[in-house]
Design a protein around this ligand. Structure first.
Ligand code: SAM
Ligand code: SF4
Length: 338
């Protein structure tokens, strides 16, 4: 495992071959999920055998190592991170990395298990979380998530806010499904003091139906919001790819993540590590390195060499094309996490 041998005296900060500093890691803790969102998964998904996953100790070790390589933000994701047993303890371990330079620990969750976990996450030092909420209509929510219970997620958001966690809502814009709900969602978020981020659907992994049919460029969503709200472009950033506007009527923000209609790769600052320790430098490319075996071999050098090799070849940008019949990559978003 990394850390068993003496570390080198100084470790270079992670950076890529295009001069981009890499200080943000998304750590997936599982590829499993209790939902099957239509745009994320196929109805019948095969999940990884549990014995292939990094252990909680290994995830914590890797987090520490990444912080020593200059990572300042870690986001726990999945699959659904709250279905991984021991997630609270892992959050605690990673939260303690603040004393070693970590500036922010966050999580993306579907919210359904927050009633059980919110307090522990807040105690671990997580200050804000992203909760996916694609509809406020119970039947539509159940259809999008293939069986999810909206009331449970809303109770999760209540629990998170009661525990003192700032909640940002993520909503994937889906043509013909939730495209009549943007203004209602923004009003709902505003009333609760939550920022809202709208996301364009990306062609990752095979799903039922044609992705192009569900794709909606966010310029259309923004236009429909501007019929009801005054949006003022903001310089606010959270370290991720969203571009924000202040919403005058609610005093909250709305963010737009536009991987297809307005590429933002030039400012990319992140890597993604799967639950088995595979690291990707770009969501839209398949080039990867395996960290699990070098970690288990106890070799700092091999882990660092793999990270540096990957980043030296980090692509300048993805080339998603929603019109192609085939997904850009066979890998689903639930493998690398959002
Ligand atoms: N299960 C958690 C959740 O749903 O928030 C975390 C993992 S999920 C893969 C992370 C984010 O990715 C969610 O906001 C989800 O809506 C988004 N997502 C999943 N598949 C996507 C796709 N194909 N295109 C765009 N966003 C996607
Ligand atoms: Fe699960 Fe999140 Fe994917 Fe929905 S988007 S199926 S909640 S991993």
């Amino acid at each position: 495992m990394i850390g068993t041998a003496a570390p080198p005296a100084t470790l270079a900060a992670l950076g890529d071959g295009h001069g981009r500093r890499i200080d943000y890691a998304r750590l997936s803790v599982t590829d499993r999920c209790n939902f099957r969102c239509t745009y994320c998964m196929a109805p019948e998904m095969r999940f990884l055998p549990r014995n292939e996953l990094l252990t909680l100790e290994e995830l914590a070790q890797l987090g520490r190592h990444l912080v020593r390589r200059g990572v300042r933000r870690i986001r726990l994701t999945g699959g659904e991170p709250l279905v991984r047993r021991g997630i609270g303890e892992l959050a605690q371990e990673l939260g303690a990395l603040r004393s070693e330079g970590l500036a922010e620990l966050t999580m993306t969750t579907n919210g359904s298990a927050l009633p059980r976990h919110a307090r522990q996450l807040a105690a671990a030092g997580i200050e804000r979380i992203n909760v996916s909420l694609d509809s406020l209509d119970p039947a539509r929510f159940a259809a999008i998530t293939r069986g999810g219970d909206l009331a449970q997620v809303l109770a999760g958001i209540d629990a998170a806010q009661d525990a003192g966690l700032a909640v940002k809502v993520n909503m994937v814009a889906l043509r013909g499904t939730n495209d009549g709900e943007f203004a209602a969602m923004l009003a709902w978020c505003g009333a609760r003091g939550c920022d809202l981020t709208l996301i364009e659907t990306m062609p990752l992994g095979a799903v039922e139906g044609r992705r192009a049919d569900a794709y909606l460029a966010l310029s259309a969503a923004r236009a429909s919001l501007e019929e009801c709200f005054t949006l003022i472009p903001s310089t606010h950033r959270t370290g991720g790819p969203a571009r924000y506007c202040e919403v005058v009527e609610t005093g909250t923000r709305v963010g737009f993540i536009t991987p297809l209609s307005a590429n933002f790769c030039s400012s990319c600052n992140r890597i993604r590590v799967t639950a088995t320790g595979t690291v990707y430098a770009c969501l839209g490319h398949d080039r990867r390195e395996e960290l699990r075996d070098p970690m288990r071999g106890g070799a700092h050098g091999a882990v660092d060499a793999a990270l540096d090799r990957l980043l030296a070849a980090k692509p300048a940008r993805h080339d998603f094309d929603i019109a192609r019949a085939e997904p850009a990559l066979a890998r689903h978003m639930s493998v690398t996490g959002g």
